[in-house]
Design a protein around this ligand. Structure first.
Ligand code: FMN
Length: 255
């Protein structure tokens, strides 16, 4: 069983590749949360995986939300792993995961990191198409390595993307995400065609369409940027970043 979260396809791609290599099935957190499915029988599972993007050197808040509610019935020390996708560095996101799991009596057996295209456009422009392709090609080696280790239930720290001082990075920057998440910078232009796709895609029901345009609820938004990247009319922007930092969905996976 592999639980995954993904806004722009990188983690979905990785989760699908690992599922194919291990013959496991996928649970998409957005669907699980929508259907309030928090209890899973893992009696017959030999591996339990989590695949997630890295946010501010930590976990997306949706992971915290889901893990706090999650019950794994039939857990008896199976192999549990975490694969973090990132633009460059995961920091100590796995440390957060280990703590959340420990609180449930579950041990994290292994962690992996896969550097992919950085989708955080509030901070800068997306890579150009060639650089993106190169990065996605290079990611294959990381995914293959993770798949092999997961198949053989390799235990330990396989994450080569934690950066120089992972604990310090997470401790200093994650609070900006955990406590400073605002939806005010989202801007909707007149290009909006009121299709409602942003509302449908939003993994945490943070968007409602009001007078034909999206309105964000700060409390719920996890800042995954699915709405911005996947707006078919390119009508959603991040105020300070302007309109030209690009839009991304992993071209190697079906939306
Ligand atoms: C809110 C936010 C914060 C991010 N923070 C980091 C980070 O701390 N380190 C990093 O390397 N990439 C960071 N990224 C980039 C994503 O982790 C990366 O692009 C990831 O592969 C996206 O996964 P997805 O396509 O499955 O949504 C961030 C992206 C977002 C949206």
């Amino acid at each position: 069983m592999i639980f995954y979260f993904s806004a722009t396809g990188n983690s979905k791609y990785v989760a699908e590749r690992i599922a194919a290599a291990t013959d496991d099935h996928l649970v998409y957190l957005r669907d699980a949360i929508r259907s309030r499915s928090y209890q899973y029988d893992v009696s017959y599972e030999s591996r339990i995986g989590f695949v997630s993007p890295t946010y501010f050197f930590g976990l997306p808040s949706i992971l915290h939300f889901f893990l706090e509610k999650l019950t794994l019935t039939g857990y008896k020390d199976q192999y549990v792993y975490l694969v973090l996708t990132c633009g460059a560095s995961t920091g100590d996101a796995a440390g957060q995961m280990a703590k959340l799991l420990k609180a449930k009596g579950v041990t994290l057996s292994a962690q992996f990191g896969v550097p992919m295209v950085d989708n955080y456009v509030p901070l800068g422009k997306l890579a150009d198409r060639e650089a993106m392709d190169r990065k996605l090609d290079e990611a294959e080696e990381y995914i293959d390595e993770a798949s092999r280790a997961i198949r053989s239930k390799g235990i330990g720290d396989y994450n080569r993307c934690q950066g120089m001082t992972p604990g310090a990075m997470t401790a200093s920057l994650y609070p900006l995400y955990a406590h400073g998440r605002s939806t005010k910078p989202f801007v909707v232009t007149d290009a909006c065609i009121s299709c409602g796709l942003c509302q449908e895609l939003c993994p945490c029901a943070a968007i409602t369409i009001t007078d034909g345009k999206p309105v964000w609820t700060k409390k719920q938004c996890v800042r995954c940027l699915a709405c911005l990247h996947r707006c078919p009319a390119e009508a959603i922007h991040w105020k300070k970043a302007g309109e030209n930092n690009g839009r991304y969905y992993n071209p190697r996976v079906q939306p």
